[in-house]
Design a protein around this ligand. Structure first.
Ligand SMILES: Cc1cc2nc3c(=O)[nH]c(=O)nc-3n(C[C@H](O)[C@H](O)[C@H](O)COP(=O)(O)OP(=O)(O)OC[C@H]3O[C@@H](n4cnc5c(N)ncnc54)[C@H](O)[C@@H]3O)c2cc1C
Length: 427
């Protein structure tokens, strides 16, 4: 019988899980190392986009990264780092960057995203207060070649009712007059949504509190205590917290915690950058993906958010001005009203990346009462509610399979329990 849960991490994954488990009637405590919204969950584009279910490792992806290596404003970069876990991670990602694994990941993520929009709508119905937009998404391109990959992936997502309709440059400008003359074509994706990411974190925290969830901020988990295969407590901010079940949802730090519990998970940071423009220079209704530049633009109630870049090999959240300038300059090519020489203060976020581009959701091998909910790469906001559904089903059902847990098989942490990734899980 599971009555109580401790969730490590108050990012969007930890909070969505806390909300779901509290609704299941569990006694839930959430602990976080930071004082307030600190992780990637506060620093992202806020898109709810099943249409972008393609995993990051794709055929040709590493070649593109190598081509851009050394260019300080490029949207994708691999920093050379001698850290063995980084080298292992990049080697793994190279291995997964092939057509077969890409298709497997795309199908698995599409299936996982089946109820995403319905679950976000349910948040709203249940009174979670957050800024939620239903205006849909546009993906815009300068060249057909750049659009083709997105169009092919979107076809797969069509089977869950998310569509991508091809439009000409002029049709796109009719919808969004801010788009410049270089935009030649694009895709309109009316079922996609977007949120203000911080409002979602605050809204979930508020609703969780109403449901009786306890929060301990400024309390990093520093030790995991266990008796054989059962974790008995975690030590957070000097306090020992016991529970029946523990959920590791600590973003890029999940790998470190899993290691403490005896299992090696290859979760590494994929750094992204962004800035918020509140000058009113650019006005948009839809969220807009600037295809070749790989920049996400999100119109929010009081500002427009720009986000982009995937940088492997960096661990801190310091802002590299060159990368930020790269986002400004490339965005200007699609949205000319944004000054090319703008120098907004920026921010950075660390996406929890996995070598196969798929999240890690499920029981931690070697421990009977620890579940992992992490590694959501570029889709953590999108996949938060469904991840919580899976964790809830896994806790309720134990070892019994249900349609929800079956759908989550491709995300099982055990896929990393072979060869050199296996550690002394049972010691
Ligand atoms: C630039 C950018 C744009 C993005 N855009 C989108 C988007 O549009 N749509 C989308 O779906 N996704 C997007 N993402 C990805 C998304 O932001 C992430 O996948 C998601 O936020 C990960 O959430 P998380 O809860 O796993 O991790 P985090 O948000 O990092 O939260 C982890 C929490 O764990 C805490 N923690 C860490 N270690 C410990 C410890 N030892 N003890 C206690 N607490 C600990 C941290 O303080 C943190 O609060 C974007 C990411 C970036 C960087």
């Amino acid at each position: 019988m599971t009555d109580s849960a401790v969730i490590v991490g108050a990012g969007v994954i930890g909070l969505a899980t806390a909300y779901r488990l509290a609704r299941d009637g569990l006694d839930v405590t959430v602990v976080d190392a930071a004082r307030s919204e600190a992780g990637a969950s506060a620093h992202n584009a806020g898109w709810v986009v099943p249409i972008m279910s393609a995993p990051v490792p794709a055929p040709g992806m590493i070649g593109t990264a190598l081509k851009w290596m050394g260019r300080r404003e490029s949207p994708l970069s691999v920093r050379l780092s001698p850290r063995p876990e980084h080298v292992r991670f990049m080697t793994g990602m190279l291995r997964y960057s092939n057509a077969k694994d890409f298709q497997h990941g795309l199908e698995a993520l599409t299936t996982l995203n089946q109820r995403t929009v319905e679950l976000f709508d349910a948040y709203e119905k249940d009174g979670v207060p957050f800024e939620y937009h239903r205006t849909g998404q546009l993906m815009v391109f300068h060249t057909r070649k750049a659009m083709q990959g997105y169009q092919a992936a979107a076809e797969e997502v069509g089977r869950i009712g998310h569509t991508a309709v091809q439009l000409s440059g002029d049709e796109l400008r009719d919808l969004e007059p801010a788009l410049g003359a270089h935009v030649q074509m694009g895709l309109q994706c009316p079922q996609e949504r977007h949120v203000d990411p911080v409002s979602l974190l605050q809204g979930l925290t508020e609703r969780c509190t109403e449901l009786g969830v306890r929060f301990l901020f400024d309390s990093p988990v520093t030790a995991i205590r266990h008796r054989g295969p059962v974790v008995t407590s975690v030590v957070a901010g000097g306090r020992e917290l016991a529970a029946d079940v523990f959920v590791l949802a600590a973003g890029v730090s999940t790998g470190v915690l899993a290691r403490q519990a005896g299992f090696r998970l290859p979760i590494q940071p994929g750094k992204g950058y962004g800035f918020d423009d509140a000058t009113g220079a650019v006005t948009l209704r839809h969220s807009v993906y600037l295809g070749e530049a790989k920049v996400a633009v999100t119109p929010l109630a009081d500002r427009v958010r720009f986000a982009g870049t995937m940088e492997f090999g960096s661990t801190g959240t310091g802002v590299d001005r060159h990368r930020l300038r790269g986002i400004v300059r490339s965005a200007h090519e699609y949205l000319p009203a944004l000054p090319a020489n703008a120098q907004p203060p920026g921010w950075a976020g660390l996406r929890p990346m996995t070598p196969d581009g798929l999240p890690v959701i499920g029981p931690l091998p070697g421990k009977d009462n620890v579940l992992v909910a992490s590694g959501h790469c570029m889709l953590g906001v999108t996949l938060a509610p469904v991840t919580a559904e899976v964790i809830s089903a896994q806790i309720k059902g134990g070892r019994q399979e249900s349609p929800v847990t079956r759908m989550a098989r491709p995300f099982d942490p055990r896929r990393f329990a072979s060869g050199r990734t296996r550690t002394a899980a049972h010691s």
